[in-house]
Design a protein around this ligand. Structure first.
Ligand SMILES: [Zn+2]
Length: 491
């Protein structure tokens, strides 16, 4: 059984196709010396980092991106290190007496009490400062110099009014600094496991997909060059970490999900309305047209409308659904919830009708055609028990759907059609674009190199995110069981 030390480098939103299209050398290096391939979660609604850190899906750890708030039909969107309902890696390794270090892993705030050091990542709805993010506090004192200018995370919210180049430059600085700190801490403490996550690809691909790969790449060539500089900096950092550590440790690279262009909004509630399972208060064609226009108007015009106190007002998500006549609804997740009696304030589906109603809706969804090209709209329509088996399965949508990655499920019922073109972001040099042009894709990426990693000399099968934590424990020599598709990569 191997018992070498492990370095995990996470790349939030890291996607093998993106890396290949940009042409990143670290991936070539890993293909030559180790292994590389796609990885996926049980569904796109699982929080990937929580799955990678626990070896369980969201029905066990509880980290679904979207959970319906039963009182208000709204969604909650926050997940902290205290919310894990299945055992995270840091706890298992602590119990095994191993030393560990965590540096900026999303969904790990507040910091946890372990043998080693724990610097939380941002995310989970939290924007902590460095002092609140570190365990133990003495660690920060001991390494004050190393953490000077350390950037915890670059969240959009704090950059909305900034030039895109400021965000990119901060991400470049954060990447360089993080790489220095990783190397410095391994040299100084040599922990059994060190895990750190780079967040830049997720942040940039959400906002600038159309510039990186899409139809705006010619027009905004200068900004594209600035963004490509970030990928070059990341590539250099990753190559350096491989060269420095893959000789002595097993180095694993992993992402929480992949990425895709965002081309259309999929208005599931309107679809359910058309199929007869939801009732949306009818709007006059004029007000529907007005709210559609409002979404497509430039920021300046919107501001003007606001200042004129116009009647065109934002229409919050699910407002307009007549709950008393609605059997099923959707709310951002790739799925459909049934409006069950007892669970929701105006629930109408009785428990004895549940199975039959669910099957009826699934059959209707399976038959849906894409209004744009007549192909099946969903590549998969299944009930949640076909994917999930944990104690928190009830938090998942009753029906799970798969459709093209580039379709974003929206809860905005004011959109005029089932499938509407995504808003075109305005790009400029003084502000971040207000609208996203990239969204999460189903397939993330995994690769590895090191003393115990087989050299496969090419691409491999699709890995399951739930097998990642077992792989880490196996490589550390504290687990002899099954690591799924990863069993075969250990030499
Ligand atoms: Zn993201």
């Amino acid at each position: 059984m191997p018992n070498k030390k492990v370095l995990i480098i996470g790349i939030d939103g890291g996607d093998i196709n993106v890396f290949d299209r940009i042409g990143m050398g670290f991936l070539q290096k890993l293909r030559v010396s180790g292994i590389a391939g796609p990885i996926r979660n049980a569904t796109s609604d699982d929080r990937g980092w929580a799955t990678l850190l626990t070896g369980t899906d969201a029905s066990w750890h509880g980290g679904f991106y979207w959970i319906p708030d039963r009182a208000q039909y709204a969604v909650s969107d926050s997940f902290t290190s205290q919310d894990y309902k299945s055992e995270p890696l840091w706890r298992t390794l602590s119990n095994a007496g191993l030393t560990q270090g965590y540096l900026g892993v999303p969904t790990t705030f507040p910091p946890q009490d372990i043998k080693g050091f724990f610097v939380s990542g941002g995310g989970g709805g939290k924007f902590p400062d460095l002092r609140d993010s570190v365990y133990p506090q003495s660690f920060l004192e001991e390494n004050r110099e190393m953490f000077e200018d350390y950037i915890l995370d670059c969240r959009y919210r704090t950059y909305h009014d900034s030039a895109p180049s400021r965000l990119v430059n901060d991400l470049i600085s954060a990447t360089k600094k993080r790489t220095e700190v990783i190397s410095g801490l391994i040299t100084k403490y040599n922990p059994d496991l060190l895990m750190s996550v780079f967040v830049g690809p997720d942040r940039l691909q959400h906002y600038f997909w159309r510039i990186i790969f899409g139809k705006e790449s010619e027009r905004y060539k200068d900004l594209r060059n600035v963004i490509i500089e970030y990928y070059a900096a990341l590539d250099r950092a990753l190559c350096r970490l491989i060269d420095r550590f893959a000789g002595e440790r097993n180095v694993l690279f992993v992402s929480d999900h992949g990425f895709s262009e965002y081309t259309h909004d999929l208005n599931m509630n309107l679809l359910l309305h058309d199929l007869g399972f939801a009732k949306i208060r009818r709007k006059t064609p004029l007000s529907a047209a007005a709210s559609f226009l409002r979404k497509r108007l430039s920021r300046r015009v919107k501001h003007w409308i606001k200042s004129k106190n116009s009647v065109i007002r934002p229409r919050p998500g699910l407002k307009g659904i007549e709950w008393g006549s609605t059997q099923a609804f959707s709310n951002m997740a790739r799925g459909v919830w049934l409006n069950t009696e007892g669970d929701y304030p105006s629930g109408v589906v009785k428990s004895h009708e549940y199975i039959q109603m669910r099957e009826k809706i699934m059959a209707a969804l399976t038959g849906c055609r894409n209004p744009l090209d007549g192909t099946p709209l969903f590549t998969r329509v299944i009930n949640r028990e076909e994917v999930y088996s944990g104690p928190l399965t009830g938090l998942a949508p009753d029906i799970l759907i798969e459709t093209r990655d580039c379709y974003k499920v929206t809860n905005d019922i004011s959109l005029p059609g089932i499938l509407t073109t995504a808003p075109a972001p305005e790009f400029g040099t003084s502000r971040l674009p207000a609208a996203m042009s990239g969204i999460h894709g189903a397939y993330g990426f995994f690769s590895a190199a090191g003393p115990d990693i087989k050299n496969s000399g090419g691409e491999n099968a699709v890995y399951s995110a739930i097998s990642f934590a077992p792989l880490v424990k196996k490589l550390l020599g504290i687990f002899d069981g099954d690591a799924g598709e990863f069993n075969g990569i250990i030499s």
